[in-house]
Design a protein around this ligand. Structure first.
Ligand code: MIG
Length: 760
């Protein structure tokens, strides 16, 4: 890692958790001054030339790009997989326009990766105020970074492959948190389930229909007048009872928590915050106030530890009734209006109207109103509206909000995690956040906000989530079925088939739109939707093992094709298919009416998991009837599956290793208790099981084993697919009894037999 500092940073970093002691990163790096800047080399190879200049608001940094290089990352931007030839703003806003013209969006993650066959590096620009990154509009062959401050901090990462870059980046900014098992299952949400009776009815419907589901989500209407940390007495008279009931059905509850605290004497969260001086102030020293759902609100100052402690305490108390997860919304922070500018806007518009200047009134309204809602929603070029508030750091120093705007939600997430630690020490936490800054992966899962029930939004979710993974944030999802507008039956089926492979899998929709629980369209649609959800639960052993891998090394759960096939030029731009882990290729259907689709299969042979056919690499047309999402297993790859249960926390019983062996394929079997942090202390089970071809023999070996936990499965089935060469299956020289099922050869054995083979 190479650290480049321009000027002198005024504030500490919020993203960085551990910086290696030496910041130039050893011998591999070489920085050479040239005529108007520097050239950066890694391992003898030139990465780029860089120039440092200024622009009206601060430092400008530009570096070269080669003609065939691609750009990835930059968080959840509404843009294609390859981010090159675009301009991006970094300023968290509640963006309701999900279109390229709607940039910026909710999250700001100024980390990007430049890649082409044989070359890859990453750059992280660590500044949480306003930032602009141009990936090739102003100059085809350059990245231009403009920092809204007179200083800049950059980290450059290099390595042999993409994963080394992500490893180094997540070492610097924090490893992805390990979620509890239930959070990896299916989630059902709605804005809003309006009463505890309705919540229970929805939960019961899942169980009655045997559709797996791990959590029900409560949106803002559970609260009393949108006051944070309260429950509506009419609609949710007995939250504790409701949650106990849900827990007895093996369902968890996640509640939304916005960030604005209603300004109201007598409301405990307000009173306590005033007492502790925990809220943001204006430059004049008054409480800073902005209008959100409850009316005028004040906002916690998460910069100082006392503000974070205030929040953690409130949250922990609130969670006491048994809430399992927290959903942080509106935390850009999103503010609908600010009182003073709003009043002056109204006054000005009225004045002009009285003067009969209708056009002037209209213009004033148009521009002012767009600015007033600037923190909520801005279009490109309108400018990012500042929130005129002041933070205090722990030494009592003042920090303007605009200097740390993008880090506000990150600090809120830190405080929220502290709340979990108070409420339930030793257990894993679960937070979903809308707004974020670099480093968010160590604290929370993210979703892409208010998309629409639209085929285009469904398709773009793939590059959005892939790029979040390449920005160090593996646990990400988009609202399945679409948030705004009305879903139709076919879209719900196809979106659930895609969502089953989102790392975070939640169906959510807005007030006033068509309901979209799995059963709402009746048969045959509800069966297709249910089957897609079950598919997720079949794949849980494999997907869960990808989460632990992400936690250890920053490897994304879902990956673009080039991550695994960096020598394959075509795989750098394919964005309508992706890999789950290293071995499973998913090619979802993204257009209405399609019953087949083109699929690009990179570099090796692939096994069609529906037909059992072996396919050569290249472009193929594959069947995709409405009840099927095309899936392919990589040659020398493996996936681990189980029978679907109603919840992800139920023991797996039997796991099946599906392998397609050319020479040798390995599967990882991983399990832990799914809810405590004990896995960090070695309380987990892990085995690497490999199957190698030796002539007509398939030889099974356990290559690595960690037995710190008794796994929730006792039988392992090994299913050899696409391998007509198999005559015998051997374990430790002994031939196993096998049976044939279709084209597959299957061996079954007890977990004890398998693990004893390695120990012996
Ligand atoms: O202004 O809480 O993105 O998921 O349902 C809308 C209501 C506020 C925005 C979130 C959405 C949530 C909604 N919220």
């Amino acid at each position: 890692m190479l650290k480049i500092v321009v000027g002198s940073p005024r504030l500490r970093s919020f993203a960085v958790v551990s910086e290696p002691p030496c910041c130039t990163g050893g011998d591999a790096w070489r920085v050479v001054e040239d005529r108007d800047g520097v050239e950066v080399y890694w391992s003898g190879r030139k990465l780029f030339s860089m120039r440092i200049a200024t622009w009206e608001r601060g430092v400008e940094i530009a570096h070269t790009l080669e003609g065939d290089e691609h750009v990835y990352g930059l968080g959840e931007k509404y843009a294609h997989l390859d981010r090159r030839f675009k301009r991006f703003h970094f300023w968290n806003v509640d963006q309701t326009v999900h279109l390229p013209s709607g940039d910026p969006m909710y999250k700001s993650i100024p980390f990007y990766i430049v890649a082409k066959p044989g070359k890859v590096y990453g750059v992280f620009v660590d500044y949480p105020g306003y930032l602009y990154i141009d990936t090739g509009v102003e100059h085809l062959d350059r990245i231009v970074i403009r920092v809204g401050a007179g200083y800049a901090v950059l980290y450059v990462f290099s390595g042999e492959n993409l994963y080394e870059i992500l490893d180094a980046y997540t070492r610097l900014t924090g490893r992805p948190f390990m979620p509890p098992k239930w959070a990896v299952g299916y989630h059902q949400s709605r804005y809003s389930y309006a009463s505890q009776d309705e919540v229970l009815r929805v939960a019961e419907e899942f169980r009655r229909r045997r559709i797996p589901c791990d959590a029900i989500w409560l949106d803002i209407d559970y609260m009393d007048g949108y006051r944070l940390f309260t429950w509506s007495r009419d609609r949710f008279p007995d939250p504790r009872g409701m949650i106990e009931k849900l827990h007895s059905m093996n369902m968890r509850v996640v509640t939304i928590v916005d960030v604005g605290i209603k300004e109201e004497k007598g409301y405990h969260a307000y009173d306590r915050g005033v007492e502790l001086n925990a809220f943001l102030r204006t430059p004049d020293g008054e409480l800073f106030r902005g209008g959100v759902w409850p009316g005028l609100c004040v906002f916690p100052d998460f910069l100082r530890s006392s503000g974070r402690r205030y929040w953690a305490q409130r949250l922990a108390e609130f969670m006491g009734v048994g809430v399992d997860g927290i959903w942080l919304d509106m935390n850009e922070p999103a503010i609908f209006y600010m009182e003073k500018p709003f009043r002056s806007m109204v006054a000005e518009v009225s004045k002009r109207l009285i003067e009969n200047d209708v056009e002037g009134a209209g213009n004033h309204y148009f521009w002012r109103a767009r600015h007033l809602i600037g923190t909520t929603s801005v279009g490109k070029g309108i400018g990012m509206v500042d929130i005129p508030a002041v933070h205090l750091d722990d030494d009592g120093g003042e920090v303007r909000h605009s200097e740390i705007h993008n880090a506000y939600p990150l600090l809120e997430n830190e405080a929220t995690k502290m709340g979990f630690e108070i409420a339930r020490p030793g257990r894993r936490w679960f937070i979903l956040t809308r707004s974020a800054y670099a480093g968010i992966q160590r604290l929370a899962a993210v979703w892409t906000g208010d998309n629409q029930s639209d085929w285009g939004h469904m398709a773009i979710s793939i590059p959005m989530l892939l790029n979040l993974g390449l920005s160090g944030v593996p646990f990400a999802g988009a609202d399945v079925g679409g948030f705004g507008d009305d879903v139709d039956p076919e879209m719900l089926v196809r979106w659930t088939q895609l969502g089953a492979f989102y790392p975070f899998f939640r169906n959510h929709s807005s007030k006033g739109t068509r309901r979209q629980e799995p059963w709402v369209f009746g048969e045959p649609w509800s069966s297709y939707v249910a089957e897609a959800i079950r598919l997720r639960y079949r794949l849980l052993p494999y997907i869960y093992s990808m989460f632990i891998e992400a936690h250890r090394s920053g490897k994304p759960v879902i990956r673009p094709l080039f991550a695994e096939f960096p020598q394959d030029e075509q795989s750098y731009v394919v964005e309508d298919e992706f890999l789950v882990g290293p071995s499973l290729l998913v090619a979802p259907v993204l257009t209405p009416g399609a019953r087949a689709r083109a699929v690009y299969l990179p570099q090796v042979r692939w096994l069609d998991l529906w037909s059992g056919e072996v396919l050569e690499p290249g472009w193929r047309l594959v069947e995709a009837p409405i009840d099927r999402v095309p899936l392919f297993l990589r040659e020398d790859g493996a996936v681990v599956t189980t029978e679907p249960r109603s919840s992800a926390t139920e023991p797996w019983g039997t796991v099946t290793i599906d392998v397609f062996v050319g020479r040798k394929a390995c599967a990882v079997l991983y399990d832990d208790d799914g809810e405590t942090a004990d896995f960090e202390k070695g309380r987990f089970f892990e085995a690497k099981v490999c199957i190698e071809r030796r002539g007509g023999d398939a030889v099974i070996r356990v290559e690595e084993l960690h037995m710190g936990y008794e796994p929730g499965f006792s039988k392992v089935r090994i299913r050899l697919l696409g391998s007509p060469w198999v005559e015998r299956v051997l374990l430790e020289g002994e031939e196993l009894r096998v049976y044939r099922s279709g084209k597959a050869v299957v061996a079954e054995l007890g977990i004890g037999r398998l693990t004893a083979s390695q120990q012996g």
